[in-house]
Design a binder for this molecule. Structure first.
Ligand SMILES: O=C(O)CCC(=O)C(=O)O
Ligand SMILES: [Fe+2]
Length: 323
């Protein structure tokens, strides 16, 4: 089957005002109105940067269970640290996810107003002492991803007929999560309710996913079929999170996706999603031109922080409610 997820070439659209920005924005609009998934190629992040992050993912997930348990996400107000296998159930009708991960975000200083206010997601990272270089290495990758997602937000604004900088104010102190996931081989004899990551939509604004060569990610099309998001060398998979349909009154989609590590011949699969989830206080309500005259917006306005907190509580169960 041909791959229905389009590939968008960012080469001549990486800078504000770049000559191909409008054409690229149109391609983003088409993909966003379909499944909300597309690949980006020539995205400006060198292959060696991505390869190094995969090396780190393998190393960090190979740390002893005792380290991973001591630094588990529940010990951190912002859900930073290790997710032990079975912690998260992305699809409430399925079994707990067969995956484990390490997640980190931006370390805002103690005197940052959001840290002082105790906003969720502005807590500190939990770093394993065994890998002293990890904080700087992850931070460098986060900065790369931030540059790319900010540009994608500009192209998204253009795609909606808005000024390129329309969303700029929503990204001042963003919530971001860098996640390095290890999927063990799909358990033999597993039933149909078993997934590496159960069917879910992402919750934030934009996700940029690096995946290894095995595949296993599937995306639901608007018709309801599941299609593979086959790995393509040099490309990231980009998908929209639920904040974008809220922002576009349902014009753009954040489609369900899921993972089963069934193509790796028994090897673990690694993936590295980067979630760009906006400023905690960013208000999310239908942007101009998306609500037909005489109609009411389909979604109640909310802040990005409120929306995200609700989703964490739903999928991590009661333990996350305590944080
Ligand atoms: O591992 C993947 O390919 C996708 C992961 C994912 O969808 C997520 O973490 O939200
Ligand atoms: Fe996802």
């Amino acid at each position: 089957m041909s791959n229905p997820i389009p590939i968008i070439n960012l080469a001549d659209a990486l800078q504000p005002g770049a000559p191909c920005s409008v054409e690229v924005a149109q391609a983003i609009r088409a993909a966003s109105m379909a499944s909300g998934f597309f690949y980006v190629r020539n995205h400006g992040v060198p292959p060696e940067v991505v390869a190094r992050q995969f090396d780190l993912a393998r190393q960090v997930m190979a740390l002893p269970l005792s380290t991973r348990q001591a630094l588990n996400v529940y010990a951190s107000p912002g859900m930073r640290g290790f997710e032990i296998e079975g912690s998260q159930t992305l699809d409430a009708s399925a079994r707990p996810d067969v995956k484990e991960s390490f997640q980190c975000g931006m370390d805002y200083p103690d005197d940052h107003p959001y840290v002082r206010a105790g906003y969720h997601f502005y807590g500190h990272n939990q770093w394993p002492a065994e890998m002293p270089e990890l904080p700087a290495q992850c931070n460098a990758y986060i900065q790369r991803m931030l540059g790319l997602t900010r540009r994608l937000m500009e192209l998204m604004a253009l795609s909606l007929g808005l000024p390129e900088n329309y969303f700029e104010h929503t990204g001042h102190s963003p919530m971001v999560t860098l996640r390095m996931i290890r999927y063990p081989a799909h358990p033999e004899g597993a039933d149909e309710r078993t997934f590496g990551a159960g069917a879910h939509t992402d919750w934030g604004a934009i996700t940029v996913l690096a995946q290894d060569a095995y595949g296993g990610l599937e995306v639901q099309t608007p018709e309801g079929d599941w299609v593979p998001a086959t790995p393509i060398e040099g490309c990231f998979v980009v998908n929209l999170g639920d904040m974008i349909p809220r922002w576009t009154n349902g014009l753009y989609h954040s489609n369900p996706h899921r993972v089963r590590n069934v193509h790796s011949r028994g090897m673990p699969r690694y993936s590295i999603p980067f979630f760009y989830d906006l400023d905690y206080l960013a208000r999310i309500e239908a942007v101009p031109g998306t609500v037909p005259p005489g109609e009411q917006p389909r979604f109640a306005p909310c802040t990005a922080g409120e929306h995200l907190l609700q989703m964490y509580r739903t999928t991590y169960g009661t333990a996350a409610k305590a944080v």
